[in-house]
Ligand binder design. Structure first.
Ligand code: BDR
Ligand code: CA
Length: 315
């Protein structure tokens, strides 16, 4: 039986790769996407989610527009990383379908409550929708099956400030609510995603298939690779979000530690920083499982094989 997954996402170049990986994976039934501000505005990432689904002939999957702004901080978007549209140099046709009328937070709440212990929530953007849903309907904490989160940098440098990862920096207060909610969380921080680089050679392998999917990936990741080269001197690009999704059905890609993890919400240089109490000085029970070790090529081979199959089926 495939896992029922809801993606809470801000597409976003690597988010779009996560959507494609979900569509390419028989282990997953993608019940819907809730969108969230982050890599671009919520209006823009909602349009992107619809356009990517239509590109992959999956326009029947519902998209729900979520929150436009972080809980406390001012909005921070990421055009230098993902381009003004959020999808780098890719130009997708205007989607024919519209987002659903229901708000993204209500979609999360209603889906989780109506299918207790069946929904896997995969949150790959700032956590505003998830935090708002918890505050509106705390029963979802007990009823969600599991929550996979892309965010944080535990022992790794930040990618947005010296200390903070993008998703936790954009809305640290929401991350704080979610981390302390009691939800069964698996965290995928930069510690593991920065060891998995999508290389130009990986892209060339995909481009052997002539398909709108491979063309989209090439146009989107070319921008992302230029960003990584210019800002971080990385050859290739880090595809955080599909790796987080892959762990829902192939957990052996990573090694995990049960840890007490917190996020800094004090105003100062550490805002958005995520840190673990490795020696458990505070004598607290772990609040999440954190991916701290990774088999990079295991993930990359899975990703490439699945995308090849999807591209072939649509070419
Ligand atoms: C995260 O931030 C965004 O730029 C990516 O989509 C990913 O979810 C990585 O820090
Ligand atoms: Ca994202």
């Amino acid at each position: 039986m495939p896992k029922h997954i809801i993606l809470d996402s801000d597409p976003g170049i690597d988010d779009s790769l996560a959507i494609l990986l979900a569509l390419a994976s028989p282990e997953i039934a993608l019940d819907g996407i809730s969108t969230i501000h982050g890599n671009a505005s919520t209006a823009q990432v909602t349009r992107n989610a619809l356009a990517i689904l239509e590109l992959a002939k999956a326009g029947d999957i519902p998209v729900y527009k979520g929150c436009d702004l972080p809980l406390v901080k001012e909005s921070l978007l990421s055009p230098e990383t993902h381009g003004n549209s959020g999808l780098g140099y890719a130009k997708l046709s205007e989607p024919q379908s519209r987002p659903q009328i229901k708000h993204g937070c209500d979609f999360l709440i209603e889906s989780i409550l109506s299918s207790p212990n069946e929904i896997t929530l995969v949150a790959i953007g700032p956590l505003t929708n998830v935090a708002m849903a918890i505050r509106k309907e705390p029963r979802i904490v007990e009823k969600v099956k599991e929550v996979f989160i892309m965010g944080g940098a535990i022992q790794h440098a930040g990618n947005t400030t010296a200390l903070a990862e993008f998703n936790t920096f954009v809305d640290p207060h929401s991350a704080h609510i979610v981390f302390h909610s009691g939800m069964p969380i698996t965290l995928t921080p930069l510690d593991v995603t920065y060891q998995c680089i999508f290389l130009k050679a990986d892209l060339d392998r995909l481009l052997r298939i002539d398909s709108p999917i491979t063309k989209f990936i090439a146009d989107a990741t070319r921008f992302y690779m230029e960003f990584h080269d210019e800002y971080q001197k990385i050859d290739g690009c880090v595809i955080n979000d599909p790796m987080t999704l892959a762990l829902t059905f192939m957990p052996e890609i990573c090694d995990y530690q049960e840890l007490v993890v917190d996020v800094d919400i004090s105003t100062g240089v550490g805002l958005g920083n995520t840190f673990a109490d490795f020696y458990n000085y505070e004598k607290k029970a772990p609040n999440m499982k954190v991916a701290m070790g990774v088999r990079p090529r295991m993930f990359m081979e899975l990703f490439l094989e699945r995308i090849e199959k999807l591209a072939e089926s649509l070419s």
